[in-house]
Design a protein around this ligand. Sequence first.
Ligand SMILES: [Zn+2]
Length: 446
Amino acid sequence: MSEILIRNAQTIVTMDASRREITAADVLIRGGVIAAVGQDLHAPQAEVVDAQGCVVTPGLVNTHHHLYQSLTRAVPGGQDALLFGWLKTLYPIWARFGPEEMFVSAQIGLAELALSGCTLTSDHLYLYPNGARLEDTIHAAADLGLRFHPTRGAMSIGQSAGGLPPDSLVEREPAILEDMIRVVDAFHDPSEGSICRVGLAPCSPFSVSRDLMRETALLARDKGVMLHTHLAENDEDIAYSLAQFGCRPGQYAEDLGWTGADVWHAHCVKLNSSEIALFARSFTGISHCPCSNCRLGSGIAPVRAMRDAGAKVALGVDGSASNDAGNLIAEARMALLLQRVDRGANAMSAREILEIATLGGAQVLGRGDVGSLEVGKRADIAVWDMRGIEAAGAWDPVAALILCGPTRVRDLFVEGRQVVRDGHIATIDLSRAIERQRALALRLAI
Ligand SMILES: [Zn+2]
């Protein structure tokens, strides 16, 4: 069985139960699993990765993304719009996507995540124009080598029915449920160490019916898969919920079966204290997307209050059209800064946000097999070189990773496979993917 020894790291951040940090230490990977963590490990047959001057952390976990949007970054008409206006600008462009656009934009989005230390990501794909399918993104993730939780999203209420998206981008609800069953049966792997787990994810309360929300929840429980959607993103979202459903988003979610340990909601910027308490006692997960919330002017999510109430919080970069970057370690820094804007300089520490970015993400996605560096966990590992200019002069390398940088990982392992080597993607031809992406963007801009 193949072995890799990550040797002589400056600090290993384990994220184990006692949050141990071990200096001058090693990690031994055997067959995709962590075989040992500690000082002076011996493995004469192992391939050695010298980690001198590096901080080694569990791989970061991204819990909310729309990978296809990496093909519509910095689109002029959407640059300064609020959420609903921004969506209306981009819908007609997305309506021209097909399988190639989905595949290439996923390659780019996933590679960007990998370079920023991410080993596990979910994706929320909620439109399927011109023959696009969920597997377009699954194939991209398999090529690149990231652990992947794609979700089969959906929109069913088009403009003619009073919804926001154009009719050409919505699907009939029976067809949506049928395809949800198809992709779960074809691609969902519930086993430990699974590389692909599928979730179900109607886009948002304002783009599908209550019936579809309810039926999706029943289907997910029947199949044993997770549920995901957008919730309580901004003031417009709350106003829509009150006007259309006569209740706040928390109540809406609870009434339709959308709370529980198998559910996570993106954003939750506007949850009030009773909704936060509901999420905490029902173990419902929250994907906090700070850059997207800033970019769209949605507000500051009450992450401190969520954590204090015992709610599960993770990080998400959100789609590239609303960030517009997809750098997860930079997202962690932004999350920390925003809590401090809201609650003062002691509102959140660098170590706490690093925990949210790693272990927190694994917990929200229901993964007990990743998120920490412990014997028996899968070998999803990020190696950060702290000897560059970003952290020069830093006294505390672990805090420096959040407060200073680097924002690009040196090496990245997923299930023991090296996805990033010396700061470069090792599994696919990234230059070619960037060229294809550029050509597709030019074609769409005409
Ligand atoms: Zn989103």
